[in-house]
Ligand binder design. Structure first.
Ligand SMILES: [Zn+2]
Ligand SMILES: [Zn+2]
Length: 378
């Protein structure tokens, strides 16, 4: 028996749920666990993959029937192959409109030749300032990509007679033939040599695209960056990639990889922020208040208590970045800022303080022992 959860349980539906009930439940769960909404949350990522896998099986009539009969222990192993389910990259966008069906229906057709060609996916990098992690943003970029030729509408010819379906492959672009290999026969699929996989023959090519049906164009793409985004996240824009070859098939997708600039003083840990605050001995000893500008628009007031030690931390809850459970915290690490150069007069004043606040060498061994104990308790 495998330790996997029941697919119906994962999707929170009953065994006799209708297709639309399954779809509705999947959409709401996938939105809840989507990585864009749960940055750096490994548990949500696992859940996201789990609901995807359950939906992939239960939304496919054949696979659902098999699952109802055998559960997770199907003869022949996992329907996803030996590697198991790999997860699908779906954008939050996809979970609102239509379109998720086509993503999932491709999973089980793995390896079989697709008749419709699909345009190439594109990947672009996009840098944003750190402030965007707090605010989110509407951004717009210009990309250059092969798009359907506007002159011939992708047909490759200005006239309907100028282009016809390839007679060798019936417009499929591929040829299947049976080959004998020893005692066995096998099916071999290859690109059609007459049309070079295009599925059509252009006798009167379009002047703009020379019969390709596509031309290179620049296009403005607008997209939303959700608050809390982390560097390396890829936003997927369905259909914004390259146009397919020929007038049939669908465009590829555009992936926008977000690169977040470093903040001048904050380090980021999920939705928490960490900063170091160097203070002089006097401020650490007597306490002080430091006010610095902050990402959320109101000042960060850091109250340093009297008698603070270098290495102490001050926690400011709910002043970090937006996350799944509200805003994270800001942690301030206190450091001792030693004067770089000690002038003669400063040396004199420090010397005069030696008796009062300098190291007491008589009890040094005790101090070392106390310090070690404190450190180990931490
Ligand atoms: Zn052909
Ligand atoms: Zn054209």
């Amino acid at each position: 028996m495998s330790g996997k959860r029941d697919y119906y349980e994962v999707l929170e539906v009953s065994k006799d749920a209708t297709d639309s009930e399954i779809k509705r439940s999947f959409r709401s769960l996938a939105r809840r666990f989507h990585p864009d909404k749960n940055p750096d949350d490994a548990e949500a990522e696992t859940k996201f993959k789990e609901v995807q896998e359950a939906y992939a099986v239960l939304s496919n009539p054949d696979e659902r029937k098999k699952y109802d009969m055998f559960g997770h222990d199907q003869p022949g192993g996992s329907p996803f192959g030996p590697g198991g389910f790999q997860g699908v990259n779906i954008s939050i966008d996809d979970l609102f409109g239509g379109g998720i069906e086509s993503i999932f229906s491709q999973i089980f057709s793995g390896g079989r030749p697709r008749r419709r060609s699909r345009g190439t996916d594109l990947l672009v990098n996009h840098e944003v300032p750190f402030q965007t992690v707090f605010d989110g943003a509407e951004e717009s970029i210009e990309i250059e990509a092969l798009k359907t030729c506007e002159e011939c509408n992708g047909s490759g010819s200005p006239t309907p007679e100028g282009v016809r379906e390839c007679p060798t492959c019936d417009g499929r672009g591929r040829i299947q033939r049976i080959e004998k290999a020893g005692f066995f026969t096998k099916q071999v699929v290859s690109d059609c040599s007459t049309c070079r996989g295009d599925g059509r023959i252009v006798s009167d090519p379009c002047g703009t695209c020379s019969g390709e049906g596509r031309s290179r164009r620049t296009k403005q793409v607008t997209f939303t960056i959700p608050p809390g985004i982390s560097s390396g996240t890829r936003l997927r824009m369905r259909g914004h990639g390259e146009a397919p070859r020929g007038s049939r098939g669908e465009s590829g997708d555009l992936y926008i990889q977000i690169e977040v600039h470093e903040h001048p003083w904050f380090e980021r840990d999920g939705s928490d922020l960490l900063m170091a605050l160097p203070l002089g001995f006097v401020e650490l000893a007597l306490g002080t208040q430091v006010i610095i500008p902050h990402l959320d628009g109101s000042e960060l007031r850091i109250k340093v208590p009297a008698g603070s030690n270098p290495g102490d931390t001050i926690n400011l809850p709910s002043r970090g970045l937006p996350g799944r459970r509200g805003r994270g915290s800001v942690t301030v690490l206190l450091k001792l800022d030693m004067p770089k150069k000690i002038s003669r007069s400063l040396r004199k004043s420090l010397d005069s303080l030696k008796d009062e606040i300098g190291t007491d060498f008589d009890s040094l061994e005790d101090s070392i022992r106390d310090e070690a104990q404190r450190r180990r308790r931490r």
